[in-house]
Design a protein around this ligand. Sequence first.
Ligand SMILES: [Fe+2]
Length: 317
Amino acid sequence: MLRRSFLKSSLALPVSGMLLGRSSLGFSQALPSPLVAPKSRPSDFDFVFFTDCHLEPELAGVEGCVKCFTQINKEKADFCIAGGDQVFDVCEQDLTRAHLLFNLYQQTEKDHLSGKVYYTVGNHDVVGINQKSPVEPGAHEYGKKLYEDYFGKRYYSFDHKGWHFIVLDSIGIEYYKIFKAEFDEEQLAWLKSDLSSVGPSVPIIVVTHVPIATVLGTLSTHSHNGPGPIAANSYAVHELLAGHNLKAILQGHLHVWQKSEYQGVQYLISGAVSGAWWEGAMDGTPEGYTLCQIRGDQLHLSYVTYPWVARVQHPKS
Ligand SMILES: [Fe+2]
C-alpha cells in the first residue's frame, strides 16, 4: 500500500487478553488470541506470517523490527514467512539507498531473528516502479533483480509436514514506472505445473503480498488511492486452485487485520510489523504479526502484537 493512502487510526486497547481495534470507518473488531492447545501430534506445527516490516533507518524502524523479531523468536515456530514490503522504500529511491535498505534489513534479521525465513516480494521491494524513482526502465537493476539478489526467487513452493506452501509474486510492472498488482503469465504457467504434482487432499497455503480476496476492498476508502487492494487477475489464481485442498491465503499490503472464510478457506490480511509505517496503528490494527498454528488438519490464525510506541503519529491525509 502507498503511505499517502493512510487514514489516521485510533488506538487499539487490550481487552481481556484480546485486542479491540477501531477503524476509521467506525467498525471495531476483536483480534483473535493464540490457541492454548499444545501440539499433540508429530505433524502439528506453528509458523509465523509477518509482513510489511517497511524497515528504514528513520522513525526507529530498526528498533521496532528488533522488538518484533525478538518476540517472534519466543513463539519457537518451525519457520517464518515474510509477506513483502520488507523495506521502505526501494521503489522510489536510488540504488545507493536500495542497497542500504536491503543490507540493513538482512543484517537486522540475521542478528535478531532465528530460524528459516521464506520471503515474498512486495511493491516497496521493487526498484523503479514509481515515478519519483531515478532508476529508469532498461537499467540493469530496474525491477526485481535486486530483490532476487538479496532474497531469492520471486515465486516458489515448499513443503512442510505434509502441507504445501505456495509463495506468489503479485507485483506487476507496467511502462512507464508503474506498479500494477497482477500475476504474470510465466508465473501462472508455473503455478499450474506446480499444482499438477500436488494431490487433491494435500492441504495448501498460498502467500501473496497484494491480496487476491478481501472484504476490505468493498468497504475501504483506500481503494481510490493508487493500486487497488486486489490483484487485477486474481481470478486466474482462484481458477488454478479450484479442486485443491486450499486451506488459507495469507496476504499483506493493506496493514490491517481482516479475515474471512468461504467454503473452508481462510482469507487473511495480516496487520503489519510496522503498523502505519512506524507511525502508529493502522486503521485499528496495531503493530504485530500473525501466528499460524496447525493442529491436525485445522489452521488457527491469530494476531500477536508486541510492545512498541510510535515516535510520531502520521498526519491524517
Ligand atoms: Fe506495505
